[in-house]
Design a protein around this ligand. Sequence first.
Ligand code: 5AD
Ligand code: SF4
Length: 418
Amino acid sequence: MNVHDSEKMLGILDKEGYSQTDDPRKADLIIFNTCSVRQKAEQKFYSDLGRIKAYKKRSPTMRIAVAGCIAQQEGENILRKAPYVDFVFGPQNIHMLRNLVSGRTAYIATEDNPEIAKTDLPVKRADGVKAWVTIMYGCNNFCSYCVVPYTRGRERSRPTENILSEVKGLAEKGYKEVTLLGQNVNSYRSDTDFPGLLRRLDRVGGIERIRFVTSHPRDLSEELINAISELSKVCEHIHLPLQSGSNKILNLMNRGYTFEEYIRKVSKLRGKVPGIGITSDIIAGFPSERGDDHLQTVKALKEIEFDGIFAFKFSARPRTKAAGMEGQLAEEIKSERLSQILMIQNEITEKKNRFLEGTIQEILMEGESETDKGKLTGRTRTNKIVNIPNPNKGVEKGSLMSVKITKGRQHSLKGRPI
Ligand code: 5AD
Ligand code: SF4
């Protein structure tokens, strides 16, 4: 979501005649697009912001903007801490960037924006094969640990027609894959619901693959499972954050499901969509999590066998209910639990990837691998990275290719074209 917000900022700046530079010393404008979902990201931002002060001293006409969720959360505190910042705007006010470039300074834009879903911004995308497409903004769930409902505001769905025409436009430009974005895509509701939206998008010629993030386990419906199973372009992958294997903790998190309910949905998914890749998010060390709650998470990981997870230490966020809960845990306990979770999952991920050795998978060619020099890279429909040798005869970016998996590793697969 945050990366795509940057693409919207670039879209606006492009129209205003700006071009990008990799060298901050040459920039007329520097925008920090920040994340505040966990404290670590926030600390990193403040140290980067401090570093940029010297650049501005050297070129006083340079303007500095802070965008994203820290901007929303901190507002004028940012100007107090860093008076050299010219403009602070939250994720609901990206359109205000135009004002900054037209010359206003020290402006703060953090108002709620009820029109956000109806006002489309220009987007400048870096990739020519895969594109992010926003389908909804904000979140109404108020999971007790999460800052997003406070920074991104209320849930608002984009009109179906607008999404359709954006995706058609992307297909015309040669894009092959779209990833639909929302904090909770399953509660998308406009002229149609989320499965209905998928059905309409599945018919857009030229688009080969449709993905979506993120799904909330509580709202994952039978209709959605059927849509994934029936629609040929909708990929066999779902990111379904579990957060914890303990019902006591899930309840304190205000997640709205029990572990048993979660497992039932996973079984249904696997029953109706054979081979589906399931990934998840886990939080280690939520307030009042005891050793046995943690063990239930460990047990859950072993039972479910996710294809991969993102796991984080609980981080107390401003205004959230969990930040004020009793039983906050020491950093060491959180770290210990997190590393145990990661160790167990790494083994599972590698095992599952090795299991794919010898199988034939379809990959969407994305070009040269950044991590494995000299190799080409693409993803399976289940969202696993596959690196293949570069045959030197110009494999086209954006083409679909059948590959045989020769090796399964922890973070990627190796394959060869057939
Ligand atoms: N502390 C730790 N992890 C968090 N996440 C969201 N808020 C917090 C927090 N306060 C994690 C959740 C969510 C993912 C995007 O970030 O696992 O699914
Ligand atoms: Fe945060 Fe929960 Fe909304 Fe996800 S569903 S953005 S975790 S409040």
